[in-house]
Design a protein around this ligand. Structure first.
Ligand code: HEC
Length: 196
């Protein structure tokens, strides 16, 4: 058997590796999903049964019987299809009503990166098996709020000014509440989130 010369191997290697650096899930993809999608696609009640903040759950929708992502095939992956639709399309992600309330779509650069990650096989980072998600969007957390009468409520933080806090319930409805009617801890929580 004739072995290929070391030079031929070198030539092959430089062709297949080139300068292409694979997209890294943890540092490049997860922050995009966190910012643009986690709000509705995280936790046990994730919308569309598509939970992205846990790699185990997300993996259930990558390949398999009911895929949101088809590894190697971004053009036919539901996730990139929905994220690419025109903002007014009823099937677009985020959904048009949420966009009207300020939810942002992926930029084309973000979308291209996600497509590249899918084209490369939609793999999680080897050194980062299933870390606790770092939530950059404070609105992504359903928080406890308590008023001065001791009544508590779970809601997302939206905004705060000197007198009022705006919160969003799990069903998506937003409301404004006087800060003075919140207990001390909840007032402090609103001010802290508003300062971020
Ligand atoms: C404001 C809430 C909200 C945001 C933000 C959001 N989604 Fe969704 N998503 C939904 C809802 C509700 C559904 C279920 C109804 C539907 O499929 O339209 C859904 C369903 C989906 C589905 C279909 C799952 C299935 O199998 O049916 C995909 C894929 C998806 N979203 C991708 C995304 C991506 C990608 C982002 C971020 C760019 C995103 N979504 C952001 C609310 C949201």
């Amino acid at each position: 058997m004739k072995l290929p010369s070391p030079l031929a191997i070198l030539a092959l290697l430089s062709v297949s590796c080139g300068n292409v650096v694979a997209v890294d899930y943890t540092t490049e993809i997860r922050p995009i999903l966190n910012k643009k999608c986690y709000k509705c696609h995280s936790g046990p009640r994730a919308k569309g049964k598509l939970r992205m903040d846990s790699q185990d759950s997300f993996a259930d929708r990558i390949g398999g019987d009911d895929p949101a992502i088809i590894p190697g095939n971004p053009a036919n992956s539901l996730l990139t299809i929905k994220a690419s639709l025109p903002r007014t399309d009823g099937d677009a992600m985020p959904p048009p009503p949420a966009r009207a309330r300020g939810a942002e779509a992926m930029t084309s650069a973000e979308l291209n990166l996600v497509k590249q990650w899918i084209a490369e096989g939609a793999k999680f980072s080897a050194d980062d098996p299933d870390p606790t998600p770092t939530t950059t969007a404070t609105a992504a957390e359903l928080l406890d709020w308590r008023n001065t009468k001791g009544v508590s409520l779970k809601a997302f933080f939206v905004a705060v000014n000197a007198t009022h806090v705006k919160l969003r319930k799990d069903d998506g409805s937003e409301f404004v509440y006087p800060l003075a009617n919140l207990d001390e801890a909840s007032q402090a929580q609103a001010k802290k989130l508003g300062a971020q």
